[in-house]
Design a protein around this ligand. Structure first.
Ligand code: SF4
Ligand code: SF4
Length: 442
């Protein structure tokens, strides 16, 4: 019986993490051309700050917005702007992007300079560095980090949680980062604590990564305010609300946010990006991406420049192994299947998975009232009832039953012996409710 902390519900899918988890992160050679979407975050898209023909430096800001919920984007390479044009992002949305032809010079922008020592930076300065570096939640959520660090005055933040769970199968980018660069994660944690004005931080890591737990414990040994917490390997352990419950016992209220219980959660790679922004001045122009699945010759974790087409990333991992049937960006449970290999890597891009078999969904059958979906739901919901209400268009009733507290983990669909499309029905209801609320307010 595991003594590691966890939450109620969830599922235990096979991890398939052994392929790349034992291999060191490899830095990928930057591509000949990058496609940098002007929206890689939750919030307002950026306006381009460059035009066709401009010469840009590596790390130069090339897009920004006046909106608070937004994050600037930077040139991942030095070179010439070929144009501002639409591209399909990993979610399948068409967005504007800056296309840069790489001149191979790696010419650093003069604005990139190390900042003073962390001890000399105050909270506002740290938030500004984080904003200007374009840092967003790198676990895949992409909420602008500076906004998370600026809660309204009536929300008193007491605790920071750093999320090192990486609970989805196949993904190991956070794992390798924690094992190889734990000092960066700890530095970033200290900086985020200072920005929030908190004395306590927990780094939550699942017990299937004992080397990462050991590395972070060692790297944080001199900082008594930072505690590494081993957590049970279970999906969706890395979901913010479930992580908060597992570590602190607190429940984020229905339709509430972590800040409602005095907590801010950030991912380990986000913490490392904060370290880079402070200690080197380098904005977010690259990230670690897991390239895995049986359809890849040499599964590994690559440090990839933002804007690199995913086809080139797969090539850097040895290319296809057999005949690919499906390419997914993200994890297999929450990721998005891709229809083109030209889609660029963005800040949200935790993984690129290639499969040689296209798993067709089983034909759904009538519910047998087994209750497994209820047991698996980490949000204490009745997924079968929510799905039924969605199927008959009774979205208001679904909201009354907590629809908006669904974290979209898909655990209910995963365990359903009748193969019902529970998550899909629930997502449809959430989209309808969102659309109705948008209509009312616009
Ligand atoms: S109802 Fe939502 S939160 Fe609950 S198991 Fe299904 S997808 Fe996850
Ligand atoms: S798991 Fe499937 S069959 Fe069982 S109660 Fe839920 S919807 Fe019905």
């Amino acid at each position: 019986m595991s003594t590691a902390r966890t939450f109620r519900g969830g599922i235990h899918p096979v991890g398939y993490k052994e392929l790349p988890s034992g291999r060191a992160i490899v830095t990928m050679t930057p591509p000949a051309e990058v496609i940098v979407p002007l929206k890689q975050h939750v919030g307002a898209p950026c306006e381009p700050l460059v035009k066709k023909g401009d010469v840009v430096n590596k790390g130069q800001k090339i897009g920004d917005s006046d909106e608070f919920i937004s994050a600037p984007v930077h040139a991942p390479v030095s070179g010439v702007v070929k144009g501002i044009q639409p591209c399909t992002d990993p979610s399948g949305t068409i967005v504007q992007a800056v296309v840069i032809e790489n001149d191979g010079e790696e010419r650093l922008d003069p604005s990139i300079k190390p900042n003073p020592d962390l001890s000399q930076l105050d909270a506002e300065t740290i938030k500004n560095i984080v904003r200007e570096a374009g840092i967003v939640g790198l676990g895949g959520a992409t909420f602008p980090t500076h906004a998370k660090l600026s809660p309204p005055p009536d929300k008193k933040i007491e605790t920071l949680i750093i999320n090192g769970c990486e609970c989805e199968p196949y993904l190991t980018c956070d794992h390798r980062l924690m094992v190889e660069q734990p000092e960066r994660v700890v530095f970033g944690t200290r900086a985020l604590m200072k920005a929030l004005g908190v004395e306590k931080a927990y780094i939550g890591i699942e017990t299937n990564k004992p080397d990462a737990i050991a590395a972070l414990k060692k790297a944080s040994a001199d900082y008594p305010g930072i505690e590494v917490i081993p957590l049970e390997y279970k999906y969706p352990q890395g979901s913010e609300k479930q992580l908060i419950t597992a570590i602190t016992g607190k429940q984020v209220p229905n339709n509430g946010l972590p800040m409602d219980v005095g907590i801010v959660v950030n991912n380990v790679e986000t913490a490392a990006a904060v370290q880079a922004a402070i200690e080197t001045g380098m904005p977010l122009i690259e990230r670690v991406v897991t390239v895995s699945g049986e359809g890849v010759k040499n599964p590994q974790n690559l440090l990839v420049r933002i804007g690199t087409p995913i086809g080139e990333v797969i090539e850097a991992a040895g290319g296809f192994n057999g005949s690919p049937k499906q390419v997914i960006i993200g994890g297999p449970l929450t990721g998005v299947a891709q229809s083109s290999l030209s889609v660029p890597v963005t800040k949200c891009n935790t993984g690129i998975l290639v499969f040689n078999e296209l798993k067709k969904p089983n034909k759904p059958e009538p519910c047998i009232r087994c209750g497994r979906c209820v047991d698996a739901c980490p949000s204490f919901l009745l997924p079968v009832n929510l799905a039924n209400l969605s199927d008959i268009g009774q979205y208001d009733k679904a909201v009354e039953l907590g629809l908006l507290s669904c974290v979209e983990c898909g655990s209910c669909s995963y365990v359903c012996p009748a193969h019902r499309f529970l998550l899909q029905s629930i997502l449809l209801a959430k989209q309808e409710v969102e659309a109705q609320s948008y209509k009312k307010t616009s």
